[in-house]
Design a protein around this ligand. Structure first.
Ligand code: TXA
Ligand code: MG
Length: 332
C-alpha cells in the first residue's frame, strides 16, 4: 500500500477527510502524540487499525470528537462532573471513560461497556474530524509496543506502507498521551496519567480523584495476571530496541552510578547513551519518546535514563519511563 503524505493546509485536510469517509486509515497530529485514525462507527475500518498496528484486539481505542454535538451519540449519559471537566479541559489532553451507546461497534471498545472519548486541542486534528463528519477512533500511530510517535517522521518510520495517509504537522507539544479518567464509578479514577493531573481535576469538581492501583510500581506483579481496568496497561509498552534502565536517587549518587554503569557497558563493547532532562518535566515529556526512537536509529545498545520527581506531571512521565524500561530501575 502506498501511504499518501498530506500537508496541514485545509485543502489537504479535506482530502484526508475523504480517506476517512471512505473507510481508510489516516495518521494525524494531536497535541499529545500522533494518532492513527479511522471512522469510529465503521467496524471494518476500526479493525484495520488493529491490523496496521499489530495491536491485540482487546485493547480499546480512544474516540476523538471535533465538537460537542458528536458526544451524545457515543455515550449513554454524561455525568455532571464529567460535563464540568469537559468544559474546563476540552479541547485538550484528557480522555473520559463513560458508558457507551449501542451505536459504537464493540471492536472500538474491545467489548467493554464503556467508551473513552477525547476532544484534542490540535487545530489539524479538529479540522480533520469536523471535515470527516464522524467521530474518529485513534490509538497512537506506532507499531504496538514501540514508543508513541511525536513527529510525522516517527509515524512514517512505523507506518509507511501500512496505512492510507498521514498528515504531516508539527511535532507534538505535550509528547505523552492524554490523561485517561474513568468517570463510571463513584470516585473519578485516573487509569493513565497525563498532562492533566489529579490536583487540576480536583480543582474543578472539588472531589478527590484517585490513581488506579495498577499505576503503582509495587502492584506490577499482581497486574501481570489480573484484568486491569485499562487493558492497554498490561502490554509491553514504549519499548525501543535498545535496553532502557532508569537510575533513581539523589543527583550525586545517581550521576556516579550512571557513570559506572556506562563505563561497564562500554567495556563490554556496548554503545551507551544517557538521557538526563535535569528535572525539567515539560521537556522530558516532549522529548522522551522521540529521543528513544532517535537513539535506536543511531544504534545505541543501552539507554540510561535519569528519573524525575514523581510529583504531578512528573508521575505521568515516570509512568512512561518505567514501562519503557520494563520496570528496570536502579535505586541509589
Ligand atoms: O493522547 C492520546 O490519548 C492519544 C492521541 C492519539 O489522542 N491516543 C492514545 O490512544 O493514546 P491509545 O489507544 O494508544 O490508548 C488508549 C488508552 C489505553 O490505555 C486503553 O486501554 C484506554 O485508553 N482505554 C480506551 N478505552 C477504554 C475504556 N473503555 N475503558 C478503560 N480504558 C480505556
Ligand atoms: Mg498507544
Amino acid at each position: 500500500m502506498h501511504t499518501v503524505k498530506y500537508k496541514s493546509n485545509l485543502e489537504d485536510i479535506k482530502l484526508a477527510a475523504e480517506v476517512i469517509k471512505g473507510g481508510g486509515l489516516v495518521a494525524f497530529p494531536t497535541e499529545t502524540v500522533y494518532g492513527l485514525g479511522a471512522n469510529a462507527l465503521n467496524e471494518k475500518a476500526v479493525k484495520a487499525i488493529y491490523e496496521a498496528k499489530g495491536r491485540p484486539s482487546d485493547n480499546p481505542m480512544i474516540v476523538h470528537i471535533g465538537n460537542m454535538g458528536q458526544l451524545d451519540q457515543l455515550v449513554q449519559f454524561v455525568t455532571e462532573d464529567a460535563a464540568k471537566l469537559m468544559k474546563a479541559f476540552w479541547p485538550g489532553p484528557i480522555t473520559f471513560v463513560l458508558p457507551k451507546s449501542n451505536l459504537v461497534p464493540d471492536v472500538v471498545t474491545g467489548g467493554l461497556p464503556t467508551i473513552a472519548i477525547r476532544m484534542p486541542a490540535n487545530k489539524i486534528a479538529l479540522a480533520l474530524i469536523n471535515a470527516s463528519g464522524c467521530p474518529i477512533a485513534a490509538p497512537s500511530a506506532n507499531l504496538s509496543g514501540k514508543p508513541s510517535p511525536t513527529t510525522s517522521y516517527d509515524v512514517l518510520e512505523d507506518m509507511n506502507g501500512r496505512i492510507d495517509a498521514v498528515i504531516e504537522g508539527e511535532d507534538c507539544i505535550v509528547g505523552i498521551e492524554s490523561t485517561v479518567l474513568d468517570m463510571t464509578s463513584g470516585r473519578p479514577t485516573i487509569l493513565r496519567p497525563g498532562f492533566i493531573t489529579p490536583s487540576s481535576i480536583e480543582g474543578i469538581i472539588q472531589k478527590p480523584v484517585k490513581y488506579d492501583e495498577s499505576l503503582f510500581e509495587e502492584n506490577v506483579d499482581n497486574l501481570k495476571d489480573s484484568t486491569p481496568k485499562s487493558p492497554g496497561m498490561k502490554y509491553t509498552h514504549y519499548s525501543p530496541k535498545a535496553q532502557v534502565r532508569l537510575i533513581r536517587g539523589n543527583d550525586e549518587m545517581a550521576n556516579s552510578r550512571m557513570r559506572a554503569l556506562g563505563l561497564e557497558a562500554r567495556r563490554e563493547g556496548r554503545k551507551v547513551a544517557v538521557l538526563d532532562y535535569a528535572g525539567d518535566a515539560g521537556k522530558a515529556a516532549q522529548r522522551f519518546f522521540a529521543d528513544l526512537r532517535e537513539l535506536d536509529r543511531q544504534g545505541y545498545d543501552l539507554i540510561l535514563v535519569r528519573t524525575l520527581d514523581e510529583e504531578g506531571f512528573g508521575f505521568s512521565i515516570m509512568n512512561r519511563m518505567v514501562r519503557s524500561a520494563g520496570y528496570d530501575i536502579v535505586e541509589e
